[in-house]
Design a protein around this ligand. Structure first.
Ligand code: GSH
Length: 227
């Protein structure tokens, strides 16, 4: 059975989890025991990778090669024929996922990290803070907390083009979800993880799309598109 190694709140893990759910195949999720213990992944990848997500399919272990390689999603897409990377959207999807995993994620993870004490085990909190501060500077999480309102406003603004894309179609590019739909879904899933936020009320289409993305299955979609 396919296995997803993850943290439940991680934006990039939510992307792959939703793709697996969408595919309809049975799969299992394994949460790393601690944010600081990457030994399972290190071992599985023969000491080549330590981030999440990683997918194991029998003897094959799939993980990203660089920041925007999309190796995992492309593997699942090919294996389950999900139509996530059709040739007509090549290039455009790359531009969009750079924006989604760059600017959008930059806001969503900060807004979620403000609440890290609620989802990171007490024993791991020191290393969590240390990891963040080494990357983003001293007291970064306190600064994000102070800037919360501003970050929320920036997110609402940043989502406007996606809201506009949904004016004429049910998914960002098309009549069916493509990779960028799952990608944006993952970032927003991370933003909503703490339960402290809602999607910006101005963006009614994104809210409807998010609800659609939360439950859509490849099999029901195919039947709908055929009829
Ligand atoms: N580009 C990678 C990014 C993966 C990533 O940033 N994972 C984070 C969790 S959301 C992680 O494992 N960070 C810990 C670290 O870098 O040590 C992907 O799409 O999977």
């Amino acid at each position: 059975m396919i296995e997803l190694i993850q943290f439940p709140w991680s934006p990039f893990c939510i992307v792959q989890r939703r793709i697996l759910e969408f595919s309809g195949i049975p799969f299992k999720t394994t949460n790393l025991p601690s944010v600081n213990d990457r030994s399972l992944i290190w071992k599985m990848t023969k000491e080549r990778y330590y981030q999440v997500p990683v997918v194991r399919d029998g003897r094959t272990v799939i993980f990203e090669m660089d920041n925007d390689s999309q190796v995992v999603a492309k593997y699942l897409d090919q294996k389950f024929q999900l139509g996530l990377f059709p040739s007509e959207w090549r290039g455009l999807q790359n531009l969009l996922w750079n924006d989604i995993e760059g600017d959008v994620e930059g806001l969503t993870f900060r807004l979620n990290d403000i609440h890290f004490r609620e989802f990171v085990r007490k024993a791991d909190q020191l290393e969590f803070i240390r990891f963040k501060e080494r990357k983003f500077g001293r007291h970064c999480i306190d600064h994000w907390r102070e800037q919360q309102q501003l970050l929320l406003e920036q997110l609402a603004q940043k989502l406007m083009p996606f809201e506009q894309m949904l004016i004429t179609r049910p998914f960002l590019l098309d009549q069916q979800p493509r990779f960028v739909d799952f990608d944006l879904y993952g970032m927003l899933g991370n933003f909503l993880y703490s339960g402290h936020y809602q999607l910006p009320t101005l963006h009614t289409r994104i809210s409807e799309w998010f609800a659609r993305m939360s439950k859509i299955k490849n099999s029901t979609l195919r039947e709908k598109l055929r009829s």
